[in-house]
Ligand binder design. Structure first.
Ligand SMILES: O=P(O)(O)OC[C@H]1O[C@](O)(CO)[C@@H](O)[C@@H]1O
Length: 616
């Protein structure tokens, strides 16, 4: 291929090229060969800076070497050396972190060192109880949950210890049958009602760790989808009578969770059951949910703390109670997390696995989220890890403004399912298509419990195939310049799952410091919630207007324009149309004549008017 066509394939935009040249004061020819395929903007800047420094020092040999080294390392010996040099091992946890397939340079490490030291300092302050979530004026204390002695005062320490004790006691009493169902039998099922951070951790842990025959089986209502709720309740069938319903909401006022609760309570009434005798609340003291549970005399209540965010609540009662009820060793989960936290307290970057992860994310995404994080756990039981991480990473890092109030639109997109299943779905694009991601492989060394394996062909087990698929995909991606991280655990156990959760919680915190954002609030979510509230308020106004027109003699069918005008909401006509279409599709005593495909033809009135409402 002619070099001119090569350069057109690999050339970045001319504005980026000018930016690099002007920032680092180098010429086009000095810059030219830095552009290799698929390098990040940060990468180019880092190398340009080094080239520039070497040029001013008159060191042309170094410049030459730098330019040669900017691509991902392909020489097998050098790559092996890089692997060995950078391999992180946590002996006690049996956890390894391999970052050799991320192409960061020495110059990048040097540049990041002071920023990492600042991130470590931020973390020390956070663990000591600083207001690490300034917008909400809150401390951030999820690390204390597994090391209560680190809590900034004895009141908080006791709160944590007492809650853990209460969770263990309650779970033991339910599992042993000491706490009985209203009819005197054992509880057999858990129905967990919660959303976001109040569901994702418990879902992930249940999938990862619940035994094949848990003392109580868990199912989840994590949405306000009526059909989904009906499905969960229908699946319980007569076992509703032996179902412990755990309603989880930190704020105690999340609409989806409230709706789930109301739907479940209705199902209990219809089955002639008393909900309060089977209901458990996990929420902040004095929240709406807490007050409801207290007044109605629910079976139990557990606290959620102000200083624990939903997405980092797996080690609070939110995650621990459902886990303990399924027979999962929660003290081991806490121990795994505590060990990982301890490892992440070192200020020596190469010994700090969370810092290494954050560093790789920064390198791979230019520190601006320019690439997505694809999480590929090669183990069915870790299927939900990617979904769990999606909230942890994206709700924490996806921020419009930095701590200084500058608009930065930060974040890293996370998605993934599981290997090797994904091999037959989207890996094709990862290998050959648009290069907008870096991968994280989650590897589990132990295929099966000891004594259960067999060779399905000479010398090869089923697990060897899974292993081969992981290694093959990692190599195939790398050979096409796709970077990857590999996190390896010995087995999926409460300890290793606790460690994985802690590893990513810490990496997110460190990364947030590197890009100077608040990882612990979620102002963006409020906008959607507010808009949903406005839609429901508009629906009420529409119904009022329709009721007035439908109470007339004769009934007055209204066009969408007329409804909008009478609601004084002319700008919301599209939303009014959608509200009408949705209600019409759900047999809501509303008659829409005409064709929904041609909105202007629609005439709407109510099947029956409610005179009382006219004077309400
Ligand atoms: O536990 P809650 O207060 O019901 O909130 C559920 C989820 O909603 C969010 O606040 C976002 O809307 C998440 O951060 C949280 O995990």
């Amino acid at each position: 291929m002619a070099s001119s066509s090569l350069s057109s394939i690999y050339s970045p935009s001319s504005s980026f090229k000018s930016e690099v040249k002007s920032i680092h004061k180098i010429t086009s020819s000095q810059l030219g060969s830095i552009y290799l395929p698929n390098k990040s903007r940060f990468h180019v800047h880092a190398v340009a800076r080094e080239v520039s420094a070497s040029l001013s020092a008159g060191n042309n040999d170094v410049v030459h070497k730098l330019k040669e080294n900017v691509g991902l390392e392909k020489n097998p010996n050098a790559l092996w050396k890089r692997y060995v040099d950078w391999l992180y091992q946590h002996k006690e946890l049996g956890l390894y972190l391999d970052i050799s397939r991320v192409g960061f340079t020495d110059g990048f490490l040097e540049e990041m060192e002071p920023r990492l030291q600042k991130a470590f300092k931020d973390m020390v302050d956070l663990e000591k109880g600083a207001i690490a979530n300034p917008d909400e004026g809150r401390m951030v204390g999820h690390y204390w949950l597994r090391s209560p002695h680190l809590a900034p005062n004895s009141f908080l320490r006791l709160q944590i210890e007492n809650t853990l004790e209460a969770v263990c006691q309650f779970a033991n009493d339910v599992v042993s049958g000491k706490i009985k169902t209203p009819s005197g039998g054992r509880f057999t099922q858990i129905l967990s009602v919660g959303i976001g951070g109040s569901a994702l951790g418990p879902q992930f842990v249940a999938e990862a760790l619940a035994p094949d025959n848990p003392p109580l089986k868990i199912r989840f209502i994590d949405n306000t989808d009526p059909a989904g709720i009906d499905h969960q309740i229908a699946q319980l069938g007569p076992e509703l009578a032996s179902t412990l319903v755990i309603v989880i909401s930190k704020s105690g006022g999340t609409p989806e969770t409230r709706n789930g609760l109301l739907e479940v309570q209705k199902a209990f009434r219809e089955a002639g059951l008393i909900f309060a005798k089977q209901g458990v609340a996990i929420t902040q003291e004095n929240s709406l949910l807490d007050n409801t549970a207290r007044i109605e005399g629910w079976l139990a209540r557990f606290p959620m703390f102000d200083w624990v965010g939903g997405r980092t609540s797996e080690m609070s009662a939110v995650g621990l109670l459902p886990a303990a009820l399924q027979g999962i060793d929660i003290r081991e989960m806490l121990a795994g997390a505590a060990l990982m936290d301890e490892a992440n307290r070192t200020t020596v970057v190469r010994d700090n696995p969370a810092a290494l992860l954050a560093l790789c994310w920064y390198w791979a995404t230019d520190g601006v989220g320019s690439k997505d994080m694809v999480v590929l756990p090669y183990k069915d039981s870790l299927l939900l890890f990617s979904r769990y991480l999606q909230q942890l990473v994206m709700e924490s890092l996806g921020k419009e403004f930095d701590l200084g109030g500058n608009r930065v639109n930060q974040g890293i997109s996370v998605y993934g399912n599981k290997g090797s299943t994904d091999q037959h779905a989207y890996i094709q694009q990862l290998r050959e298509g648009v290069h907008n991601f870096f991968a994280t492989f989650i590897e589990v060394l132990r295929d099966r419990p000891p004594g259960h394996d067999w060779e399905l062909e000479p010398g090869v087990t089923c697990g060897d195939y899974l292993f081969g698929m992981l290694q093959g995909t990692r190599s195939a991606l790398y050979s096409n310049d796709r970077e990857s991280i590999t996190v390896t655990v010995q087995e999926v156990t409460p300890r290793s799952v606790g460690a994985l959760v802690a590893l990513y919680e810490r990496a997110v915190g460190i990364y947030a410091s590197l890009v100077n954002i608040n990882a612990y609030h979620q102002p963006g979510v409020e906008a959607g919630k507010k808009a949903a509230g406005e839609v429901l308020a508009l629906q009420k106004r529409v119904l009022q207007v329709l009721n007035e027109a439908s109470c007339k003699q004769p009934v007055e069918p209204l066009t969408l324009d007329e409804i909008a005008e009478r609601c004084h909401c002319e700008d919301d006509i599209e939303m009014i149309y959608k509200i009408i279409a949705h209600m019409a599709a759900n047999d809501r005593a509303l008659i829409a004549e005409g064709n929904c495909g041609t909105p202007q033809s629609i005439r709407v009135y109510l099947g029956e008017c409610n005179v009382d409402e006219l004077y309400a």
